[in-house]
Design a protein around this ligand. Sequence first.
Ligand SMILES: [Zn+2]
Length: 406
Amino acid sequence: MKREESMAIHPIPQWFEGSEYTHEVAACITKYGPISRITLAHILGLSQGAVSRITSDLIHNGVIVETEPGETMSATLPKDFTAASNTERRGRPQTGLKLNCRSKTFVGIKLNGTMAHAVVVDAGNNIVTGCHEAPITDSAPDMVTQTLTRLISDCSSEAITTGLPRPYAVGIAVGGHIEHDTTITFAPFLHWDHDVNLSEMVKQATGLPTGVYNDIDSMLVNECWFGSGVGLRSFATLTIGSGVGYSLAMHGKLIDCADKSYGLVGHIPLDPDGPYCDSGHRGCSQCLTDDSIADQYSRLIGKPVTFDDFERDMRNHVPQATKLVNRTCFRLGTLIAIISNIAMPEKIMIAGESAFIAQRGIDTLRNGINAHRHSQAAPVEFEILDHDWSLWARAAASRVIVSHIG
Ligand SMILES: [Zn+2]
């Protein structure tokens, strides 16, 4: 039922026809390939005969290929899955299966209020071009579509020049609320005050199927299919920058909630002595945003300054800036502890334009976590992603690949 619904409304056509199991096998190979047929059968609970038939079809359709002799299997497998694979690894070498990465390319775009960044990826979500960028000087939907069309054309030309296939589809990630992967209903940074079917507009302009997605969800899906969240039972992404964002996946699937793109973690109480937000809360998670940090820093040094001034002073080890880094990291640690205590993800990725602050105060961040966790609770596993717009563009493309594989 779920698959029928998504097929009916999703803007990205499926790569191949097949049963639910065919799609599951392709997904499993995408996440864990190169992988043997025996391991696939164990993970999916299918007979080896069924896996053989399905993988033959997928090879015939050009979706997957067999590994070359000597190519090793991937070390990443589902976390719950170890016994069968260990037994198998002692046996004779198996031929591995992997996604036919070079057979398709996709354009991924991160669109924000002032810039758009675009990359081309292959079917394995490896970036295969440079990062193309264009300023958003006029945020009217028509003008944005024109800018995106130029970017898509530039990216496509570069991919074709290097001998890769012309991009098959486009993924666009924005901060905001998107319905049916097509229509932006809320995009504060673009100041759009009505529904915009950006998917249809870009498809009309470029002829390419286009999906539109929330940016933080896209980062999460990217990690769960192609990054450090592969195989984990649960994984969360927390972003800091112009806003505070959060997204959670269970068993590799995004937890969907109609309201979450409105910023559900934006006002969590973190510090009873923190600054007031516009809604009148004291020390809520708004204190982690760039604007609030600029305000707090202005007060600390006694004159109005910008977030960039704070960043420069932080890099120059100005004592007041270091003090604010530590305060911010303790509060961020508090938020991470709250997320860990309630949602219990196995790992949290900290990302966003201001994630560098977390890098500067890791010890304080850990103190913030530990102050709000039971002393015998396991340490919270987290990683900090260095900010890079091409990674956000790639994350948009990951959504298209995931839809295309079904
Ligand atoms: Zn608040």
